[in-house]
Design a protein around this ligand. Structure first.
Ligand SMILES: [Zn+2]
Length: 316
């Protein structure tokens, strides 16, 4: 039986339960936890626990994948506090955000092998003084292009995934879908370097309303994530629900995952753009799943997308 790698250790995938596969416990500058005297891990964990705790109590949420690698302020000690206090599984990311918001200069100029070794080390040996192991590799590209540096990172990640079995989840920019199927290009790049399509989840695909793009990706055998439910400035939830219904009707429920890309807490503060989105960790279950049912999506497909597919993706 495969295991999922959580911040409190490996667990059998049967214990994952209802899973949100792309969220953010915390978003912060990469250096804040070390450099900013105002940074208070316990206070940040308190704030996350209020929000996440409600989703756990009301909807039985069991697992959250934090999609923030080190360059988005990953703090595995906050994740461990949250996991212990709420009894939820938290899975941390290694990897990098896109060039415009991550991948520091020092990493940009490293050789591919050094990046691959870094990713493998974070998965197999762990992060920080408590050696907390990462359970997914997070990747991202900018707009409609995959820059040269991002391409190097994608290739390194494909090799690291092949070596360890660790799943890859990606960020695509909303602007990337306007002119081209950026998700398919990300997938093709990973596959060209030997990644297994069943270890890959292409993310933020609900930033487009183009069903043909999504079909092109799932036909290649990987997972896709409609993982910005409630992000009103990239698409409406009505459009997202229509896409999910169409994918399920076409028999692709076994490759679709659902999430919010919600942020439990920001440091030093939640910016206006994020504050304008009145979401919470229970939003998918409170608002979107009823909409799917109303639109004719079967309960069995909803179970598959929120429990079955994460279990398949996250075990290795
Ligand atoms: Zn995200």
């Amino acid at each position: 039986m495969p295991n999922a790698r959580t911040v409190l250790g490996d667990i059998p995938v049967e214990q994952l339960g209802i899973t949100l596969p792309h969220e953010h416990i915390i978003l912060a500058p990469a250096t804040a936890q070390h450099d900013d005297p105002r940074y208070d891990a316990k206070a940040l964990a308190d704030e996350v626990c209020k929000d996440l705790g409600q989703a756990v109590q009301m909807f039985g949420l069991k697992t959250v994948v934090d999609a923030g690698p080190a360059d988005l302020g990953r703090d595995v000690e906050v994740y461990r506090q949250v996991a212990q206090r709420l009894g939820v599984n938290v899975i941390a990311s290694t990897g990098f955000h896109r060039l415009t918001s991550g991948i520091s200069l020092v990493w940009q100029i490293q050789e591919l092998d050094a990046i691959e070794d870094y990713l493998v080390r974070e998965i197999t040996e762990g992060v920080g003084p408590n050696k907390v192991k990462c359970g997914v590799i997070k990747l991202a590209s900018t707009d409609g292009a995959i820059t040269g540096v991002e391409e190097k990172v994608f290739r390194a990640a494909a090799r690291a995934s092949k070596r360890t079995g660790c799943p890859i989840i990606t960020h695509t920019d909303a602007t990337g879908w306007a002119a081209t199927n950026i998700g398919k290009r990300q997938l093709d790049l990973l596959l060209s370097e030997g990644a297994d399509s069943e270890r890959v989840m292409i993310g933020h695909v609900c930033a487009t309303a183009n069903l043909a793009y999504l079909l092109e990706i799932v036909k290649a055998g990987c997972y896709i994530a409609l993982d910005q439910v409630g992000v009103h400035f990239t698409n409406s939830d009505e459009t997202r629900a229509g896409l999910v219904a169409a994918l399920c009707a076409a028999g692709y429920a076994p490759q679709v995952l659902l999430s919010l890309d919600h942020q439990g807490v920001w440091f030093p503060n939640r910016p206006p753009l994020a504050a304008a989105m009145t979401r919470h960790f229970g939003y998918l279950h409170q608002s979107f799943l009823p909409r799917l049912r109303h639109g004719g999506v079967r309960d069995a497909d909803i179970e598959q997308m929120t429990v079955g597919n994460p279990r398949e993706l996250l075990g290795f």
